[in-house]
Design a binder for this molecule. Structure first.
Ligand SMILES: Cc1cc2nc3c(=O)[nH]c(=O)nc-3n(C[C@H](O)[C@H](O)[C@H](O)COP(=O)(O)OP(=O)(O)OC[C@H]3O[C@@H](n4cnc5c(N)ncnc54)[C@H](O)[C@@H]3O)c2cc1C
Length: 560
């Protein structure tokens, strides 16, 4: 059997940073990842990473912006620690080899981002995630650790009240394996593929969050799903907020810069929930454009000039030209909101610890919570690094004193038997059918605007899909790279998470951040200034609630 002190699941920015910290703390570390590390979704991040660094900006303003952006659901102690760590984190990444864009005077270039009181988003053109991932990977590669590339986490084994290790599937050979570990760090990233329209890569299926839930961990604030206002129509490829940060306008079909009616002070640079709702409202009230892919509005860059557009937004130019056949230098970009980020995830404290001894989490898979009900752009890349490091340190510390762990043959069988049953069936449904229906259900019933009737209907549909999933069938019998099998595993994970989104959203009878209920349009601090916790039971998610941590920032009405 394979054995390590610390197993990090996921090799995006959060996983790599956790692995680096655990290794530097002296642990024997392994990384299990279903993609090559440099293919992780972190590499798709375009716009930048936030840090209050110059004399004109302040850490306190960053804290305040994040608290306000979270609609007062973010934990203020965690946010303070997070914003204070930002500057040192960016400097460290530069020392690791990340090449950031520079201003004419040689200082780090910064751009404006939504919901930020100061332009504090540091970037590497519109390829910031890739630049960070590359630098971190180069640095991590100088350390000794074991990599299990293209291995899928199937199950986290918990016995005697603590983590014993994991069961995984090696895609490249079609074999199952047990890895004993004292600490397991879940850094499996986003779950956006639960939705049909999403900016997330196909690999973003929430696997680690579902495995933690299955093992008994609390999931926190799952009802808060962020939609990015500007995704390219049809493909939903992200058009970074950096475009608006550089000065792009949003216009409806009458030519109006409609954000002046929704956020009169900052217009296009209001926070994402506000801008997304504005676009949906414009289209719903007949002021959008319409076409074969539904309603949309225009994002205009033309007035910025060819040189600026092509130097600061190179990838955006490529995406528009290659995927939409339009040139953003001379034409407006058709955009509509798409799912972009999960504020919820595995519930952790500042050190990445969960309610299960030996289980840690960081990055988009986790919920600390610093984003509360709405994440600010540029805060997520920072989160992966700040809390990845914390989780790696905590995992190493725990492993140093935890008793030896053991896995049994039965642990492997419990994880693998269902998968064998899917493959030996002579009839049943293809996972892709269930996945497509789930995505349509999420779009229709758990989108930007929600109400009781829709949420109940959506939940009913997801539960019916879960029943049908019991008879899912894998027709491909090949061992090597059996994507039909991994599709089925991922569909099962996403259905579990979809249910937690509906149950949490139905219970929360208020509107806060990204959770907008038309039947409860106001924020209700008296009843709902609290985190939702979901724990798995035989009858579905059991909800409980936890208080929000306060330090200095009194809740106020949120206007931009
Ligand atoms: C298009 C796009 C643009 C973005 N732009 C920005 C931006 O400009 N600024 C910003 O702050 N944020 C941005 N974000 C958000 C931010 O990039 C992500 O939240 C963050 O990078 C997630 O990092 P992560 O390490 O948690 O996960 P990822 O980088 O997604 O890594 C997840 C890892 O988990 C592994 N994994 C997943 N499932 C399994 C499994 N079952 N078994 C084994 N391994 C598994 C994968 O192989 C991968 O290595 C953007 C997001 C998107 C989608």
């Amino acid at each position: 059997m394979l054995r390590h002190d610390v197993v990090v699941v996921g090799a995006g920015l959060a996983g790599q940073r956790a692995a680096l910290a655990a290794r530097q703390a002296g642990s024997d570390v392994a990384i299990v990842t279903k993609l090559h590390p440099l293919r992780s979704h972190s590499g798709a991040a375009q716009g930048g990473i936030n840090a209050a660094m110059g004399a004109e900006d302040s850490v306190d303003t960053h804290i305040y912006d994040t608290v306000k952006g979270s609609d007062y659901l973010g934990d203020q102690d965690a946010i303070e620690f997070f914003c204070q760590s930002a500057g040192p984190t960016v400097v460290e990444m530069e020392h690791f080899g990340t090449i950031f864009s520079r201003s004419d005077d040689g200082s780090l270039a910064r751009r404006a981002f939504g919901g930020a009181g100061f332009p504090r988003t540091i970037y590497a053109a519109d390829r910031t995630g890739l630049a960070l991932l590359q630098g971190l990977w180069e640095h991590l590669s100088t350390e000794q650790f074991t990599l299990y590339p293209e291995w899928d986490l199937l199950r986290i084994v918990v016995r005697e009240g603590r983590v014993q290790g994991i069961v995984a599937f090696d895609r490249t050979r079609g074999e199952f394996a047990e890895i004993a570990a004292k600490s397991v760090v879940i850094a499996t990233g986003p779950a956006g593929r639960i939705y049909g329209r999403t900016t997330n890569a196909h690999s973003c299926t929430g696997d680690g969050v579902a495995a933690a839930y299955d093992a008994g961990a609390f999931l926190k604030d799952m009802e808060f799903v962020q939609f990015h206002p500007t995704a390219l129509l049809e493909s939903s490829i992200l058009i970074t907020e950096g475009a608006r940060g550089e000065g792009a306008y949003l216009r409806n079909a009458t030519g109006e810069r409609f954000m002046s009616r929704y956020a009169p002070h900052v217009l296009e640079l209001a926070s994402r929930d506000v801008v997304s709702r504005a676009i949906v409202t414009e289209v719903a009230e007949g002021r959008g454009f319409s076409g074969p892919y539904g309603g949309y509005v225009h994002l205009e860059l033309m007035h910025l000039g060819k040189e600026r557009i092509e130097s600061r937004l190179q990838e955006i130019c490529d995406y528009c030209r290659n995927f939409a056949g339009i040139d953003p230098v001379t034409e407006p970009i058709p955009v509509y909101p798409a799912q972009h980020y999960m504020m919820g995830g595995v519930g952790t404290n500042i050190r990445g610890e969960t309610n299960l001894p030996g289980l840690f989490s960081a990055g988009e898979a986790a919920c600390v919570s610093i984003h509360g009900a709405n994440r600010l752009g540029g805060n997520s890349l920072l989160e992966t690094l700040v809390f990845g490091k914390e989780a790696g340190n905590a995992a190493a510390k725990y492993a140093a004193s935890a008793p030896a762990t053991s896995l049994r043959d039965a642990d492997l069988r419990e994880a693998v038997d269902p998968l064998r049953a899917w493959s030996s069936r002579s009839d049943g449904e293809d996972p892709s059918v269930l996945r497509t229906e789930m995505q349509a259900t999420m779009e229709r019933y758990a989108g930007i605007y929600r109400n009781e009737a829709d949420l109940l209907e959506g939940l009913r549909r997801i539960r019916a899909l879960k029943d049908r999933f019991e008879k899912v069938r894998v027709v491909d019998s090949s061992r090597v790279y059996n994507l039909n099998l991994t599709d089925a595993v991922e569909a099962g994970h996403m259905l579990e998470l979809a249910e937690t989104i509906f149950v949490g959203a139905y219970a929360r009878t208020e509107s806060r951040g990204a959770h907008a209920r038309t039947d409860y349009p106001k924020r209700d601090d008296a009843h709902w200034m609290r985190h939702t916790l979901a724990q798995k039971s035989s009858t579905g998610p059991q909800l409980s609630y936890a208080p929000v941590a306060y330090t200095r920032w009194e809740p106020k009405e949120r206007v931009y």
